[in-house]
Design a protein around this ligand. Sequence first.
Ligand code: ATP
Ligand code: MG
Length: 486
Amino acid sequence: MFAHVHALSVRFHQSKRTGTVYRTIERGVRAIDFLLRFLAFNIGPTVVELALAAGVLAWRYGWNFALIAALTVGVYAWATFGVTEWRLKYRREMNELDSEAAGRAVDLLLNFETVKSFAAEAREAERYDGALAQYAKAAVRANTSLVLLNVAQNVVMNIGLLAMVLSAGFLVARGPMGPGDITAVILIMTNLYAPLNMLGFAYREIKQTSIDMEKMYALLDEQPDIADAPGAPALAPKSGEVAFEAVSFAHEGRDRGLDSVSFTAPAGKTTAIVGPSGAGKSTILKLLFRFYDPSAGRVLIDGQDLRSVTQNSVRQALGLVPQDVVLFNDTIRYNISYARPEATQQELDDAARRAQLLHFIESLPQGWDTRVGERGLKLSGGEKQRVGIARVVLKNPAILILDEATSSLDSGTEAEVQDALEEASRGRTTIVVAHRLSTIAAADQIIVLEEGRVVERGAHAALIAEDGLYASLWKLQAEEPALAAE
Ligand SMILES: Nc1ncnc2c1ncn2[C@@H]1O[C@H](COP(=O)(O)OP(=O)(O)OP(=O)(O)O)[C@@H](O)[C@H]1O
Ligand SMILES: [Mg+2]
């Protein structure tokens, strides 16, 4: 289940609620565990017991007793099936609300900072309370219906027993049966009831577990939108040339996105993508990672269409410093070596040094073993970003991708990190997204994106001479320091 959920595509993960998925898996797994234990140790022996009791009854006391027993069992089974079927909807509803509440709880726990900073603890507690109250109501409905089922089962069994005792008493009064037989009949009948009850319970539980499992199986049936083509070979990276050929793409639920974007990032050169916020820069990078497939056009690495090779091999060739670096709740060492778990301490030190992070790590009382907190919240924005950079430096990918990789750093640190990044990108295909144009002015090629279209391209000097969007953005930013100085 875990592997499957991880194999699902970005689209699934972006729309899921973590807590809900987690509860679904947990419930399903527990149901399977219960079912297996139950089948092996209860149902098998019970069926044998039931057959034996019924056999003795028919053989020793004649068909009318066997008939009463059979009728009782029949009606019991009918009532059990019917009522169980009817009450399943309550169970389903209860599960639904349980997952919903868990989804909300996890979302709130993850976003504790937002909750706190808006002083919304009480409001959120109330909303969570509301979700729990709904769950409680559904649980009460589910349990009330269970009581109804038990009442029905007991009524059937007691009527059966009464019929049995009456007919035995009748026979005793008329002579053919002794008083010992009455006791025997009652004992056999109760012996019949024990397994019968067990089976009724089993049926109910199995039905219930099947409801608990159905969501998990639905999840298991979920197909990743992005899958490797059958028998797809691994990407064979050569020089690392990246090409977009008339790529169009819109995110789910959006009508506009990238519109026929074409460009080539030549091997070993730096290509910068700039443009206003929301223009689609990060989307281009995600398409390069094949987190999504384009709706038209092709994305190629060294002439190989990403759809024709395995996703793993594509992602191995790429190294990304994302716009917001999110860390695992573990140590700095774990987070940096995530790129290459087998890296030596020497290599780790080297990567951290190049990301201007080593002196910080060494200044920490616990050094490399400092824990970074949930999603890395115990580090500053710039420190997180440098962990992200160190991680990619350590990975040493064929193609380097930087999405606003130095946006959270002060100018001094940025200049140092920039040096490290320049060194890392030397001779390597690099794609840089940046808002601060001064950081990319030296790029071999600059692509200017606006509302999902490439509107300009060329080197810095040429674009300035063109006096278009890039030139106006450049002028605006060039004025900023002057404004600040005033
Ligand atoms: N998962 C998603 N689902 C739906 N829409 C999305 C998704 N991700 C991005 N978008 C939308 O796609 C458009 C382009 O987003 P993108 O992240 O590529 O912008 P960007 O150019 O990187 O902007 P910025 O400079 O602010 O990072 C935006 O309008 C955004 O709202
Ligand atoms: Mg972006």
